[in-house]
Design a binder for this molecule. Structure first.
Ligand code: SF4
Length: 378
């Protein structure tokens, strides 16, 4: 089983916190981009060595900036080149203001069965501050429209720890979210990515970062409220109603192979990772001239071990220590357990039935624990 990721690098405007690769210019390049994307999909057909496609994910940027005709072209190309008989999930990332009833009805005719929506907050003042294009009403309307056309499987993204965050504001976002009962919720603490306008504001002391203690209390509140409402906390930032976990993202955490096409998209074949140029024009002209511009990295034993630690420990299942020994050897297995010992003693990690996992107390300091378990060289 394998996955396909397609990057759609167009945004109507840029949000001040975002560091994903996308552009607000070159609208006229969209058709050329779709043609290049299809060419890459065709030319790299053998990358996954005929494995059945289990999941497809259109991310961005903003995939909902493409027209239905452009999306049809992409899906026809995938269907012509890959076996989709076992494809369980096709996710489409969208901005709420693009999700009109008409657009969603057309999306429903395509092989898409999951929508992932960047809601971020229901606070209009914060949405304006973050330079989001939509307001709370549009987000609520988009969710209603999803349900109306039959997209019962959808996810919303939320951000907490915004500047001037208060428990009341965050509680109100959680309450509004639960009132809408989305099948899946991804919630992230605001991060100040280098080079973003938000980071520049922080450095100029125009805004204040929420401290760790408060971030922890917001996260604890989120975990408590969502648990009470019947959501499963299956990964550090991800919650779902029973059975509604993201198949595609779970594949990343399980080390399943995937082909990534489009500007800045990453691919992984089990031994090597490669990533396309994060430059729209370079990407298109490279593909058109049969000279794909990309970089790659062979994953050695150390990198594979560290990646397994980083991804598996973020999930509720945790690290399968037998699998770790199988893939990385006894030395790595013993090293991992040795480094885990202090965290086991302070109950930030637990080790049961062969699985090493974070406890609720460990989740918030997961970055520190993960880096403690990393190995410099195997
Ligand atoms: S958050 Fe989404 S919509 Fe905003 S700039 Fe980033 S990719 Fe574009």
């Amino acid at each position: 089983m394998a996955g396909i990721y397609l990057h759609i690098p167009f945004c109507e405007s840029r949000c001040i916190y975002c560091n994903f690769y996308s552009t607000t210019r070159f609208d006229v390049w969209k058709d050329r981009y779709v043609a290049a994307l299809c060419q890459e999909i065709r030319e790299r057909k053998d990358y996954l060595k005929g494995e059945l496609i289990h999941t497809i994910y259109l991310g961005g940027g903003t995939p909902s900036q493409l027209s239905i005709a452009q999306l049809k072209t992409i899906f026809e190309c995938i269907e012509e080149n890959y076996d989709l008989k076992q494809c369980e999930e096709t996710t489409f990332e969208a901005n709420p203001d693009d999700l009109t009833l008409e657009y969603l009805s057309e999306l429903k005719r395509l092989p898409i069965n999951r929508i992932s929506m960047g809601v971020q907050t229901f606070d209009n003042r914060m949405l304006r501050f973050l330079r989001r294009r939509h307001d709370a009403e549009e987000a609520i309307h988009a969710i209603e429209c999803c349900r109306k056309v039959g997209f019962d499987n959808f996810s919303i993204d939320l951000i907490y720890g915004l500047p001037e965050e208060t428990p009341e504001r965050w509680k109100s976002d959680i309450a509004q979210t639960l009132a809408l009962r989305p099948p899946h919720i991804s919630a992230y603490c605001l991060s100040y990515e280098s080079g973003t306008p938000l980071d520049k504001m922080l450095k100029k002391h125009q805004i204040k970062e929420v401290d760790e203690q408060n971030s922890l209390s917001y996260y604890n509140l989120l975990m408590k409220e969502l648990k009470q409402a019947g959501y499963e906390h299956y990964e550090i930032s991800n919650f779902c109603l029973p059975g509604k976990y993201s198949r595609h993202n779970s594949s990343y955490w399980r080390g399943i192979r995937y082909l990534g096409c489009g500007a800045s998209a990453h691919s992984y074949n089990g031994n090597e990772r490669d990533w396309n140029t994060a430059d729209l024009k370079q990407y298109i002209t490279g593909i058109e001239n049969r000279n794909r511009i990309f970089e790659s990295e062979i994953l050695n034993g150390t990198t594979k071990y560290n990646e397994l630690i980083m991804t598996a420990l973020r999930t509720s299942i945790g690290i399968n220590m037998n699998k770790l020994e199988e893939t990385s050897g006894k030395k790595a297995h013993d090293y991992c357990l040795k480094m885990a010992t202090p965290h086991l003693k302070t109950h930030k990690l637990e080790y049961t039935n062969g699985y090493l996992r974070l406890t609720p107390d460990g989740i918030f300091v997961s970055d520190d624990i993960i880096s403690d378990l990393f190995i410099v060289s195997l």
